[in-house]
Design a protein around this ligand. Structure first.
Ligand code: WQD
Length: 338
């Protein structure tokens, strides 16, 4: 009998790619999403890619009556919790919206899980909980500090999970700290295409490449890095999805709570990303250097050793494949919308 996983936020960028791999690994899926940061067509795209079916519930994870209905109807064995707001800049402007949503969704979910004695939980956290790291590469036991409400919601939830596990060690919890997810499903049917002006580097580069935006603004070239521009650990979203499959295997195998960095261990600067994108897609990306973006740190990349030792997770895809897949997704989307 295959195990049944509830995926909250399963039509989002990382959630949808993870759903594809879980289905292909033979898991049964139940997905809940309110489409606040995705679209209903993603449900059919996941089914088209995997040729597998799954249950979908449209709704808000804060809605405990809906959660109870799902747990009553479906025998859920474990939960992967993606649902939450994730824009750093927006969280600074609207902190209450972020605290209310990201904390209420998680608390409602954990309370209903406890009612139904479902205690295997994979949480979507972020490397942003490390703040400005004291050294590099970043290990899981580094000090934690945050500089924006989005990151603070992640840190608070990590604390809630640690207290929950302390009180009841029959829980199995994997806290996954993502570095910078980019790229798209190789089919081009799933990917990242935020509406309006993207905050993140790769979606912005893609919009410049398609001439939807005129030029890339590089936020500062006076950092203490290889070429003065910001360095980050970019990880292909398909590798990140595989990290969740490994984490689900872990929570079924052991009753523990642990944190894992999901990164490649490689740091690339903004200019290196631009060059890799141009080389991978044979396209120019015009850019200009502008002032630093407030809140940015100079460099951030993972020590991926612990995730490899404990989960058997290792990112496989290189930066050019990330750039190629990110652009291919937009080309396919444009073809579909013709
Ligand atoms: C990457 C680099 C910018 C845009 C954020 C969140 C983090 C996670 C991933 C949720 C930096 C530079 C960017 C642009 C630029 N999200 N840049 N021009 O800030 O590392 O991480 O997204 O979990 O929590 O903090 O990602 O893509 O915004 O920036 O020069 O138009 O690209 O300065 O050096 P970031 P990013």
């Amino acid at each position: 009998m295959s195990k049944k996983i509830l995926v909250t936020g399963g039509t989002g960028f990382i959630g949808s790619h993870t759903c594809c791999l879980l289905l292909e690994e033979g898991y049964e899926l139940v997905v809940i999403d309110d489409f606040s940061n995705s679209s209903p067509e993603v449900v059919s795209k996941i089914k088209e890619i995997t040729k597998r079916d799954f249950k979908f519930y449209e709704g808000d994870v804060k809605d405990k009556a809906l959660l109870r209905k799902i747990f009553k109807t479906e025998k859920i064995d474990a939960v992967i919790h993606f649902a939450g707001y994730k824009a750093v800049g927006e969280s600074v402007k609207e902190p209450l919206k972020y605290y209310r949503n990201n904390l209420d969704t998680t608390l409602s979910l954990l309370e209903v899980m406890e009612e139904f004695q479902c205690k295997k939980f994979v949480f979507s956290s972020s490397a942003t909980v490390y703040g400005s790291p004291k050294s590099l590469p970043i290990k899981e036991d580094f000090p934690l500090s945050t500089t924006n409400p989005y990151g603070t919601t992640k840190l608070i939830i990590e604390g809630i999970l640690k207290d929950l596990y302390q009180a009841d060690p029959t829980w199995s919890v994997a806290i996954l700290r993502y570095f910078n997810p980019i790229g798209a499903h190789p089919s081009g049917l799933l990917g990242e295409n935020p509406n309006g002006i993207p905050n993140n580097l790769m979606p912005y580069i893609v919009k410049v490449a398609t001439k939807e935006l005129e030029i890339l603004n590089v936020f500062g070239d006076d950092y203490d890095t290889k070429d003065g521009t910001g360095v980050r650990d970019y990880i292909h979203v398909m590798d990140l999805a595989m990290g969740h499959v490994k984490a689900i295997e872990k929570v079924f195998k052991e009753n523990k709570l642990d944190c894992y960095n999901l990164g490649t261990g490689e740091g690339y600067s903004v200019l290196e990303i631009v060059q890799a994108f141009e080389k991978a897609n044979h396209i120019q990306v015009p850019y200009r250097i502008v002032e630093r973006r407030s809140g940015d740190i100079a460099a951030c990349y993972a020590d991926p050793t612990y995730a490899y030792e404990e989960l058997g997770f290792k990112a496989e895809k290189g930066i050019e494949e990330m750039c190629r897949d990110a652009y291919h997704y937009i080309e396919v989307s444009k073809q579909e919308n013709k």
